[in-house]
Write a protein that binds this ligand. Structure first.
Ligand code: ADP
Ligand code: MG
Ligand code: MG
Length: 876
């Protein structure tokens, strides 16, 4: 016997989500609990996969199974499909494993045609109801089959209402609805070139296929990519006997949550509409009543519903989101699922359920989506003000949070205005490393070009600053300091607002409120910390970021980039002098100017980290990033260096590289200019000695990280420079301070020869940004141009720079960890790429046995929770 592709609700249960989809599994579960569920059957997700394997066809075997189960349903219902005495009508509902709200469409009242509708009208003695159901069916079926969108038929309805001089669709009478049904069918014929199907069985197959097809519509594909849902899962289809909320004033339909999904408050929350069907409640055709009003309108149904809510919550041990319909005073349950909720509500509900004895602390830790916490850590818009505002455009939600401020067009202006106390939003074509300071001073950043991993996006996320990137609709006029969007021009100083969580752009000021970390949050993180085995560090380059991360629970710094410090106005001159030096002496003189500044930076960071470990990475980017581009800056540099302007131009030209990503950078800088490494070592060790002297109880062990190593000998060479400098300083200070020298594993060759490298390196930190680009052979700055085509063709399903490619890059990480440990069993292992804060990557790092992950400050709580979930799932 072959596979079973169709299950009656009475054959399934809640644990069969993978096969039956979430909706189907829960309908089966409620059936098993003896709740009033209109019966039906589920065509499995495997049938969907088979449909695609068969070249978008439902094969005969599956068709036969569907018809066999339809016959069983007819038996249960005591009604027959297409029957002219007692017709059965069904709904056809999609339902994937994970809920994908609004992604696929539902068809109600299937089984109606010109004859059956007459029977319905006579039988119920309610022609208005019959024709209302009919026009809805044609509308929904056509929408799904023609893929024209729900609004398409609304204009015909509006025209009808206008013609009849009425406002609400309940005021349309049977004849009006009959006429609408006729118009809808004509529309279908015109668009599809064939008559609207009258045979219910043909309607049924058409509808099931349409649901399968909708699995692959662009909205669904996009939603899957955003939510890491593989396309191989497929969707199930539920075929369910109709119950009618639109038979008159004794009927209605509604939705409800067992607790408030916005706040978590333990109180039934929902709405209903009398004489309505399906999505009327949420569609806003009429204003619904709140759920507690049902107690007055129909007390018996209300009481029964409240009782069911309690049972469902106890059964699923989580807040439920339910759909119900009342047909002639009789209550039917149409759906239940664990309800979506805001981050704040999620935390409150988890804590309340623990207090109510319903779940354990461990279960509470597992029920929060780590990514959701993000929303709690950034400023938010005032909810009322946001509701009243209308976006003027939208682009990529590159870095979450809400921002409101005056438009500026250059990083310098951002700094200047902000220092005068203005709140600003930096609007740029794209950002570059030179803009860092201005970005820091901005409330939010809006770019015309660039994807989710563009410079602006990565830096903004690191800073926890709101960023909306890649708004191609903006017409930018940098010269005149203005831009045009949605037909309106915005000048320097005009207010705009950005929502980094949705990507929405508003042409007005919307007030924001600071995020607050309430008690539930801390309580849950405390539980998470008890379970996790991975340590969580942060990527921080400034004392401010370090402090922020400490307040979010970071246990150290996994990556402190030293180059960002050089971009600040007072330092860039010295580094430019160093670059333009001809001799070692000149270079050392320039570096000597940098030494006290860098030492001061490190002291600030050590102070902020209060004795926790800090890994400092030596200079990494190619030097051309530091040289001036503006003519006046070049002239100024020429003057200080005692050179001609053309000399400086020649030096700059000499720094040009065809592929800077693979050019003169990382430890290669230290190999060619060891005095840079010597100066940086001096800054690190002197800072550590100074801070240690101030805080005798801290145990300072500086960690120096050499970037971009591919060969053990280059590490050995740079390390020798570091060790010589450090040992001298420590000896001179008569200190017994220990320090560590390690490396980043970010070049595939380093991963392949990790056993060799571990002879010199006391720790590895996987730099998965570079490791990803070098392994894939494409740069993250350019990948945006073609990744779209790769998603469309399903070659890649997610951005490898956001979610670690565990198959390829992950294999290198695993291998390097193993090789490294073989040489040096106590080698300390961590990850410091953008991936460090991504929950699925955190899980991977836990499973690979790394010691810690390091991520931007705002992702620290996310990583802590993800690490706890990984440890609970797979203790090591
Ligand atoms: P979604 O997943 O978008 O919520 P659903 O499949 O749940 O779509 O259905 C859309 C609407 O139709 C819901 O309001 C649901 O309650 C209603 N509905 C679905 N099936 C039936 C049915 N058999 N009888 C009455 N109403 C139904
Ligand atoms: Mg639903
Ligand atoms: Mg790197």
């Amino acid at each position: 016997m072959g596979k079973k592709f169709v299950y009656m609700f009475s054959e399934g249960n809640g644990s069969m989500r993978e096969l039956l989809g979430g909706k189907g599994a829960n309908l089966a579960e409620m059936t098993g609990l003896g709740m009033p569920v209109p019966q039906g059957f589920t065509v499995t997700t495997e049938a969907c996969t088979q449909y695609y394997a068969d070249g978008e066809k439902i094969n005969e075997e599956i068709q036969a199974e569907i018809y066999a189960n339809l016959a069983k349903l007819e038996e249960i219902a005591g009604k027959k499909f297409g029957d002219l005495e007692n017709p059965l009508l069904v709904s056809v509902r999609s339902g994937a494993r994970a809920s994908m709200p609004g992604m696929m469409d539902t068809i109600l009242n299937l089984g109606l045609n010109d004859e059956v509708v007459e029977v319905m009208a006579k039988k119920t003695n309610n022609p208005r109801f019959a024709y209302d159901s009919y026009r809805r069916f044609i509308q929904m079926y056509s929408d799904v089959v023609m893929e024209v969108g729900k609004a398409y038929f609304e204009k015909l309805i509006d025209e009808m209402k206008e013609k009849k001089g009425v406002k609400m669709d309940t005021e349309l009478d049977a004849d009006d609805l009959k006429e609408l049904a006729r118009q809808f069918k004509a529309e279908y014929k015109e668009k599809k070139g064939v008559d609207f199907p009258t045979d219910p069985k043909e309607q049924l197959m058409g509808a099931i296929m349409a649901v399968f097809r909708s699995w692959d519509n662009p909205r669904a594909i996009y939603y899957r990519r955003m939510n890491d849902i593989p396309s191989s899962w497929g969707t199930a289809v539920n075929v369910q006997m109709m119950v009618f909320g639109n038979t008159g004033d004794n009927s209605g339909t509604g939705v409800a949550f067992t607790r408030n999904p916005a706040t978590g408050e333990k109180k039934l929350f929902g709405e209903f509409l009398m004489n309505a069907q399906g999505e009327d409640v949420v569609a806003g055709v009429r204003t619904p009543q709140t759920i507690d009003q049902l107690a007055e309108v129909m007390p018996e149904a209300y009481n029964q519903f409240v009782e069911i809510c309690g049972r469902l919550e106890n059964h699923y041990r989580d807040m439920q989101d339910m759909e119900f319909t009342i047909e002639d005073r009789k209550l039917f349950m149409l759906q239940t699922r664990n309800g979506k909720r805001t981050a704040a509500a999620a935390l409150k509900i988890a804590c309340d359920l623990v207090d109510e004895g319903m779940i354990s602390e461990k279960e509470a830790v597992c029920m929060i989506d780590p990514k959701q916490l993000d929303a709690l850590l950034h400023p938010q818009f005032d909810a009322k003000a946001l509701k009243a505002a209308k976006p003027i455009g939208s682009a990529l939600p590159a870095s979450p949070g809400a921002a409101c401020g005056k438009v500026v067009f250059t990083a310098e202006d951002a700094t200047e205005w902000a220092q005068k106390g203005e709140k600003v939003i930096l609007v740029r074509l794209e950002t570059s490393p030179e803009d860092i300071e201005g970005m820091h001073y901005s409330q939010g950043i809006l770019t015309v070009r660039g994807g989710m991993t563009s410079h602006a996006a990565v830096v903004a996320r690191g800073m926890g600053t709101c960023c909306v990137s890649g708004c191609g609709e903006i017409k930018m006029d940098e010269e005149n300091k203005c831009f045009t969007l949605a037909g309106k021009t915005y000048h320097e100083g005009d207010y705009i607002s950005l929502d980094g969580s949705t990507g929405n752009i508003y042409g007005e000021a919307i007030p924001t409120v600071e995020a607050s970390i309430g008690g539930d949050f801390g309580r849950l993180m405390g539980w998470a910390d008890e379970y996790r085995q991975l340590k969580v560090r942060t990527n921080a380059d400034t004392p401010k970021d370090a402090q922020q991360a400490m307040s979010f629970g970071a246990q150290g710094i996994g990556l402190c980039r030293t180059e960002h410090m050089f971009f600040e106005t007072d330092r860039i001159a010295a580094i430019r002098e160093m670059i333009c030096s001809d001799t070692v002496e000149q270079r050392e003189a320039a570096l000597a100017k940098l030494l006290p500044m860098q030492r001061g930076d490190f002291e600030g960071i050590y102070e902020a980290m209060q004795g926790n470990p800090v890994t400092i990475r030596f200079l990494d980017p190619p030097l051309h990033e530091f040289v001036p581009t503006a003519e006046e800056d070049i002239a100024a540099l020429a003057k200080t260096m005692g050179k001609s302007v053309s000399d400086i131009h020649a030096i700059i030209a000499g720094l040009h590289e065809f592929n800077p990503m693979m050019g003169h950078r990382g430890c290669r800088l230290a190999v060619t200019y060891p005095e840079i490494a010597a100066m940086q070592t001096r800054a690190v060790i002197e800072a550590a000695l100074n801070v240690q002297a101030k805080h005798p109880d801290w145990k300072m062990v500086p960690e120096i990280m050499i970037p971009l190593v591919g060969e053990v000998k280059e590490l050995a060479y740079v390390k020798s420079v570091v060790v010589k400098t450090a040992d001298e300083l420590i000896a001179a200070a008569k200190s017994d301070m220990k320090y560590k020298v390690g490396t980043m594993i970010e070049i595939p060759r380093a991963a392949l020869t990790a056993d060799e490298i571990a002879k010199e390196a006391e720790f590895f930190s996987f730099g998965t940004n570079d490791l990803t680009q070098m392994t894939f052979g494409f740069s993250r700055d350019d990948a945006g141009k073609f990744l779209g085509a790769y998603y469309d063709k399903k070659i890649y399903e997610s951005d490898p720079f956001a979610k670690l490619d565990q198959t390829g890059v992950g294999k290198l990480v695993e291998m390097a960890a193993k090789l490294g440990r073989a040489t040096r069993p106590d080698i300390h292992l961590g990850i410091c790429g953008e991936h460090g804060g991504d929950p699925s990557t955190v899980e991977f790092c836990h499973n690979t046995g790394l010691d810690y992950v390091s991520c931007s400050p705002f992702r620290v709580p996310i990583a802590r929770l993800a690490a706890a979930q990984a440890a609970i799932k797979n203790p090591r």
